[in-house]
Design a protein around this ligand. Structure first.
Ligand code: GLN
Length: 470
């Protein structure tokens, strides 16, 4: 069955009686079952079909919610009541959530269908989706390549047409980087826009739920539905949510381009060239381009890794063999329960980060690393706000390269540098979107990133949409 890629079209076909929700759901299930990318780790088959029948009835009575016909896959670190959630970690094997994340509940309340759970890097730590207890996710175009990470399953699911949209989480680029590698739209809203209640915590002052879609309009609608005040997340903004559909751009923009990013020495020349072409086009259509200097490029990744590992070491302390999921068979007292469960249950990268986090928080090093990194974060935030005061948006590539081979990057530092262009938005807490505007001569896609002002997703979406039209 031919499935339209945009939700607007799906809705139209449903409303005109050309598309039946049960058939739509069944077609996605068939596609997932025959896919070889390992994006889905579980399909909620019977329940999706049952829900489709129920929503069909609502459609007939014209009583359906905003998302009737929207079929969504969810990253395996977001809780859905009475479903397993494992963050792709052995330590959570068999764990079932007793409640739904606020984000999930709001989608369900508008009649979306959650079709299954998506593979990711363990506890969202990674840039290639190779750190998963379920095995790596494969790029849909070339199965020898990675899809990016940590939300690799979510990116491939949308790119391969296994669902209309998916949820991911973005702590340092985990939505935008795989969106860039896979050629889809990936949106990380402002920190505090979408409730983190029910998102398995990695680094709480950075984590943010966001979406993968085939177009800007769908991303806008979904983040609109999920956003807004929630009593379960006190960091959530009370600022009014953005609109449900993209407003058209009504003015010429000031667009900031941090030159330091374009001159980054490991930036692929074709990605650089394409970014410059886009900048020229924007200039020709009357927008003002401001070349900026951003002096903190080399501090971004270290600042991110000191702070996120510190937060992770604390957040992951709860997996102790007593409360959730896995417990070592060999454990026979309290110490061995902690030690063996955690040694056997966590993967290598997660252990590395827990140890690093404990180190930067330890009494002799706290000020030298943790406090210092917090000060650096503040400087980056202030500089970013200053750049965004004079510019409506900042534009630069999402990733320094296109997708690399599975197994190609073994050095953790090299892997961490994959995030060089994405951690900035999380450190500063601002919204950022990756748009699938690039196609490389190696036949792989890449993204262009727009970073906007905190809680001004409205502008970010309209600028993104006009850039897509351009
Ligand atoms: N790749 C980054 C990391 O490994 C970002 C992860 C994320 O955003 N969850 O931490």
């Amino acid at each position: 069955m031919d499935i339209p890629s945009s939700f607007t079209e799906i809705k139209q076909q449903i409303n005109h009686g050309q598309l039946n929700l049960i058939d739509l759901c069944q077609s996605f299930i068939n596609r997932i079952e025959s896919s070889k990318t390992n994006a889905f780790v579980e399909i909620f088959k019977d329940e999706s079909l049952k829900r489709a029948a129920l929503i069909n009835e609502k459609i007939n009575l014209k009583k359906q919610g905003l998302l009737a016909g929207m079929i969504i896959g969810v990253k395996d670190n977001i809780c859905f009541a009475n479903h397993n959630v494992t963050a792709s970690s052995k330590i959570l094997s068999g764990f079932e959530s007793i409640f739904s994340a606020t984000a999930i509940q709001r989608l369900l309340d508008e009649d979306a269908i959650i079709i299954g759970r998506l593979n990711c890097d363990e506890f969202a730590m990674g840039s290639s989706n190779e750190n998963s207890t379920y095995g790596p996710v494969r790029h849909h175009i070339d199965h020898e390549k990675v899809p990016g990470g940590s939300s690799g399953g979510s990116a491939v699911a949308v790119a391969e047409g296994l669902c209309t949209a998916s949820l991911g989480s973005d702590t340092g680029g985990s939505i935008r980087q795989p969106a860039s590698f896979c050629g889809v739209v990936g949106m990380k809203p402002s920190y505090g826009r979408i409730s983190r209640y029910g998102l398995l915590a990695y680094a709480s002052s950075f984590d943010q739920i966001g979406v993968f879609t085939n177009n800007v309009e769908d991303a806008c609608l979904l983040t609109h539905v999920m956003s807004g005040k929630d009593d379960y997340d006190s960091t959530l903004s009370h600022v009014k949510s953005h609109t449900s559909s993209v407003k058209s751009l009504d003015k010429k923009l000031a667009i900031g381009v941090p030159e330091d990013y374009l001159n980054f020495n490991n930036l692929d020349p074709e990605i650089k060239q394409k970014t410059e072409e886009i900048i020229d086009k924007l200039r020709l259509s009357g927008h003002k381009i401001n070349l900026l200097s951003f002096p903190f490029v080399k501090h971004l990744v270290p600042c991110y890794y000191v702070l996120t590992t510190a937060e992770a070491s604390s957040n992951l302390a709860r997996y102790d063999g007593a409360h959730y999921g896995y417990r070592s068979d060999e454990a026979n007292d309290i110490d061995s329960t902690y030690e063996l469960t955690r040694s056997e249950g966590f993967g290598l990268e997660v252990k590395r980060r827990i140890m690093l986090g404990n180190f930067v928080l330890s009494s002799g090093y706290y000020d030298a690393y943790f406090t210092k990194a917090q000060k650096v974060r503040r400087l980056i935030k202030e500089k970013t706000d200053e750049m965004l005061k004079e510019n409506d948006v900042l534009l630069f590539p999402t990733t320094p390269s296109t997708a690399f081979n599975i197994g190609e990057i073994n050095d953790p530092i090299k892997m961490y540098l994959q995030d060089i262009f994405t951690v900035h938005a999380n450190i500063a807490g601002v919204p950022a979107i990756s748009l699938p505007l690039g196609s490389h001569s190696n036949k792989l896609p890449f993204g262009i990133q727009l970073m906007g002002r905190s809680f001004d997703e409205d502008s970010l979406y309209s600028i993104a949409e006009s850039l897509m039209q351009l």
